[in-house]
Design a protein around this ligand. Sequence first.
Ligand code: FAD
Length: 262
Amino acid sequence: MSTRARQYDATVLRREQVSDHLVRLTLGGAGLADFTSTGIPDEWVGLVVPGQFQSRYYTVRSWSGGELVLDVVVHEVGLVTEWAARDVVGEQVTITEPRGSFAMPAGAQWLLLVGDLTAMPAMARIAREVGLDRLDQRSIQIWAEVPDDLTDYLPEGADVTWLVPPAEGASDLAAAVEAIDWPAGEGYFWMAGESAQMRAIRKHLMRDRKLPSTAYDVMGYWRGGATRQPRAVDPGPIYRAGKAAGKTDDQIWADYDRANES
Ligand SMILES: Cc1cc2nc3c(=O)[nH]c(=O)nc-3n(C[C@H](O)[C@H](O)[C@H](O)COP(=O)(O)OP(=O)(O)OC[C@H]3O[C@@H](n4cnc5c(N)ncnc54)[C@H](O)[C@@H]3O)c2cc1C
């Protein structure tokens, strides 16, 4: 059986500036007719922009009425960021089949979400969908490390702690997490952002908090400190191989971090 993820052609229908560093791209067209959401609220797709063959990964902010919305962080240099910084309406892109890894246990009574700007699309979707399905917004706490005012981006009533990034392209989320006053009882911790911060947090959750790996999902979304990334490692095959080997999501994301470092 082929392990190649399915691909879809799409057209950029609209481009809107959500905030200084966040651009919303709405994709559509006949090529998306068979696109099917996984329903997992942190699901992502690979995006290949014109003239490139490498993909970068973006969260499905929404999929509705044949339109797929991606919110793209505009940072200094990179394949997608430089493309998305200009007027790209009408251009053709390719996206890959969606995958997701959020897996809150059935008995969870609270949810902690932590992330930087790249994690905002997933945190907004998770907070809304879990809030509609399972928990009230008071049981969902969010720590968002973002350079822009995104007060209206998260669901109304969300309990949000806004953190300012220490510098452009830098993150200090690990320190923020170590200072969290952890709620009692069973819950779920989800976090995404710069990979070095995520590695530090995995150690903290395992060694200090002694959480079972089913109680958290921590994902490195991008790697700081490097110049242009030579290639992005596709999380899809690693995810499928990990699942087939019976690994937990967290073990799979640790494998993904290692693959990105090699
Ligand atoms: C599952 C998953 C979901 C994701 N969802 C989103 C999403 O919804 N929105 C989103 O914007 N990103 C998301 N990301 C992160 C995104 O894939 C990376 O930031 C990616 O590297 C951006 O590609 P690029 O072509 O712009 O830069 P690249 O060519 O990959 O990198 C160029 C340089 O930019 C630096 N860099 C990369 N990203 C950032 C950043 N965010 N801030 C500062 N410097 C950076 C790198 O260190 C590198 O030196 C997600 C990643 C994963 C794995």
